[in-house]
Design a protein around this ligand. Structure first.
Ligand code: HEC
Length: 475
């Protein structure tokens, strides 16, 4: 619009604003509501622009990084009609506003794009390979993890507490007997399944599960437990607990954020993740197992060179801390690094290289905000806290991750694949050392993806609602 017309409108708009502020009607800290009340009049209801510029396009007059956008909001451009909001909006909430603008903008831009949603058995295209998606196993309810035991044999967990064998693509008609009882409320359940690196020799299979117990007060409580056992003739046998927290660390059953992923490094150490159980403070507290990645030997003994092994105040199994809900854990086949993918709050999902004794910052620093649009933390970085390798705003809800090491897709070799729940995306991520150098959405819209893993046949297996799909190359 013509600037002169804008200047005529300006007093009206500012008048409205100041009366809104005078009545103390400003919503308390929710970015979407603050936006609707203070910004929409000029920037448009959906950030599409009106008398003030659109915030959905790629044009940023005053800089496109988070700090520049925050500065535009704080200081305004009074001579051009953009008020300075620094006095009216607390700094913390300006941070939430920046996340909100980024989120709305990314959602809009995604809405403009088309993503591949492959139908069964038809060729779909991606940047490096054409592929087909076929149902491999169905009749499942909620598959959570999959592991291959040999060329023909696999094993599947279902969240509701069932463990199935798959033999040459045929699932066992009944779940295995003898599997430990699990809590299945909320996000709790039977979680990861991973064979020992020497499975062919020793037969050990590891499970992560939400372990239901009773608190001292008699309440149902649960927490992530790690168990190993063997499968003999359709029965889970020789079950041993490898990690179990003290009962006082267990919290009310049926809750959130169990983590529950397992990975082995090259030396054979076992890593597993425990989420913060919905209480961010746990992640910074070294006396509790929540919000951590732990490292133990394959039989549950604690390595004496763990970072806090000699600290009498800390739990000796802790490897890294400041995690929210790591539901992905994988070893980079090139570097041997262990990577975790974790759910942030609204925005701020992360991919991290988890290193010994390091603090990944939750809940002190984050790129996300609360689900209701209020600020979690104004800080995205702090001395002594690690930055993620990459993060996602808006959230995609990352779950399982695995590097592809098969032969069927040569251009995908050693690339990381990530399953996402909320965004329903299968992502390919190219990692070089500690850097993410490329990302692609292979497909989207087949439902929430819980996990992805390469099979011994070089196909890629994806855990979808009710079924497992197999991805193979196509002309
Ligand atoms: C009275 C009208 C008006 C209101 C209300 C207003 N803005 Fe603006 N805003 C503008 C104008 C005009 C510009 C463009 C300034 C320029 O041309 O340099 C602008 C620019 C911006 C920019 C910089 C954009 C860029 O391209 O770099 C941001 C960010 C921004 N506004 C955010 C907000 C937020 C957040 C609010 C609410 C808290 C808000 N604005 C409320 C008029 C307004």
């Amino acid at each position: 619009m013509h600037p002169s017309r804008f200047l005529i409108l300006l007093p009206v708009v500012l008048g409205l604003l100041s009366s809104a502020l005078a009545q103390n009607a400003r919503p308390k800290g929710k970015a979407n509501e603050t936006y609707a009340q203070l910004c929409a009049a000029c920037h448009g209801k959906n950030l599409e622009g009106a008398q003030a510029p659109s915030m959905l396009d790629d044009v940023w007059i005053a800089g496109s990084d988070d700090e520049s956008i925050a500065k535009s909001i704080r200081n305004g451009f009074p001579e051009k009609g953009m008020p300075a909001w620094g006095a009216a909006i607390p700094e913390k909430e300006i941070r939430a506003m920046v996340i909100y603008i980024r989120e709305q903008r990314a959602l809009f831009q995604r809405g403009q794009m088309t993503f591949t949603k492959p139908a069964d058995s038809t060729t779909a295209k991606s940047r490096l390979h054409n592929y087909k998606v076929n149902t491999w196993v169905d009749d499942l309810i909620e598959p959570w993890s999959l592991a291959f035991l040999s060329a023909d044999q696999a094993i599947v967990t279902e969240k509701r507490g069932y463990l199935y064998q798959v033999d040459k693509g045929k699932i066992s008609p009944r779940p295995l007997l003898g599997v430990p009882v699990v809590d299945t409320g909320g996000q709790a359940g039977l979680l990861d399944v991973v064979p020992h690196p020497d499975y062919a020799k020793n037969g050990w299979i590891y499970l992560a599960l939400s372990d239901p117990q009773k608190s001292v007060a008699g309440d149902p409580v649960s927490l992530t437990r790690i168990v190993r056992g063997k499968v003999k003739e359709g029965v889970w046998v020789d079950s041993e607990t490898i990690f179990r927290a003290k009962i006082e660390h267990y919290v009310k059953a049926g809750g959130v954020h169990f983590g529950g992923r397992i990975a082995f490094d090259r030396q054979g150490y076992l890593y597993f993740s425990v989420g913060d159980r919905g209480n961010g403070a746990n992640a910074q507290d070294l006396t509790v197992p929540m919000g951590k990645v732990h490292r133990i030997f394959d039989d549950g003994r604690v390595p004496t060179d763990n970072p806090f092994a000699k600290d009498p105040q800390a739990l000796p199994t802790i490897w890294s801390y400041g995690h929210r809900n790591p539901q992905g854990l994988a070893r980079d086949p090139v570097t041997g690094n262990i990577l975790d993918a974790e759910h942030g709050p609204r925005g701020g999902d992360e991919l991290n290289w988890v290193q010994t004794g390091k603090n990944y910052g939750w809940p002190v620093i984050t790129f996300g905000m609360n689900y209701d649009g209020s600020t979690w933390s104004e800080a995205t970085a702090k001395e002594g806290m690690e930055q993620p390798m990459t993060y996602w705003v808006p959230s995609i809800a990352p779950c399982g991750i695995n590097f592809y090491t098969g032969e069927q897709f040569p251009q995908w070799k050693n690339h990381l694949f990530l399953a996402s729940l909320a965004a329903e995306e299968l992502r390919r991520i190219e990692v070089k050392g500690d850097k993410v150098i490329d990302q692609e959405i292979i497909f989207k819209g087949l439902g929430r993806i819980r996990h992805v893993i390469g099979g011994p046949d070089g196909a890629l297996y994806v855990l979808l609602p009710k079924r497992i799909a197999r991805i193979t190359p196509s002309e």
